[in-house]
Design a protein around this ligand. Sequence first.
Ligand SMILES: O=C(O)[C@H](CS(=O)(=O)O)OP(=O)(O)O
Length: 235
Amino acid sequence: MRHVEICFSPELIHLHELTGKIVVVVDIFRATSTMVAAIANGVKEILPFPDLESCQQMQEKGFLIGGERNGITAPGFEMGNSPVAYLKGEFSGRSLAMTTTNGTQAIDKSRGAEQILIGAFPNLEATVSYIQAQDNDLLIHCAGWKGHFNLEDSLYAGALVKALESTHRAEEDGALAMGSLFEKEGHNLKGFLSQASHAKRLQNHGIESDIDFCLTLDLYEIVVKADARGFLVEA
Ligand SMILES: O=C(O)[C@H](CS(=O)(=O)O)OP(=O)(O)O
C-alpha cells in the first residue's frame, strides 16, 4: 500500500518530503484547471513562471504569454488565467508561458519531486488511473490563496484521497479530514464551493463560466505532467 498526504499551502511545503514522491499541484480556481484546458485543446506545452517579468520575456521567443495577478490579466500579456479562453482550440500547437497569483508559485515549490502532475476536476479520473499505475507515494500540493488554506483545492485533494482508497493509505489528519469532506459534499461541488472565498472573488469579476468549467468532472482523458525540462505536457 502506498501513502497519500496533503500540503494545504505552498507556505507549508517545507514540512513535506518531496523526494521520490508524485506531487499533484492543484489550483482549482483557476491555474491548474486552465493548464489542463489548454493542453486538452491543443496547446503543445506550458512553461510555468513564478514571476511576471521572466514570463513576459518568453514572448520574444515566440511563446504565447499568459499572466494574471489578483484575478486580472497582467498588463502587456496576451492571455489571463481563464480556462474557457482555450476551449475553441485557437492556440493549437503553440507553446505557452504562464504566471499566476498562486498556482505557478506552487509548481515552482514542487521542484525536487519524482514527478509533478497538474490536478483539476476536468481530468480527475485520468489522473487517478495514472497515479495508480505508479509505485510512488503521493503528495497533493494545494496552491491555496496567498499562503492561506482554501476550500476548493482541499476538496479536490479529498476527491483524490477517496478515489485512491484501494491503493493509497491516508494516515495524516489532513488527508482523513478532506476524504470525509469530499464524501459528504462531493455530490454537490458547485453548491458547496459557491461559498468559497475565491469563488466569490471570481464572481465579482463576472467570470461564472470559469467556475462552471473548473467544477466539471472528467471532461478529458489526458494527464498533464512536468517533463525533464520543466515544461507541462500531456503524459
Ligand atoms: O486567477 C485566479 O483565479 C487566481 C487569482 S487570485 O487568487 O484570485 O488573486 O490565480 P491562481 O494562481 O489561479 O490562484
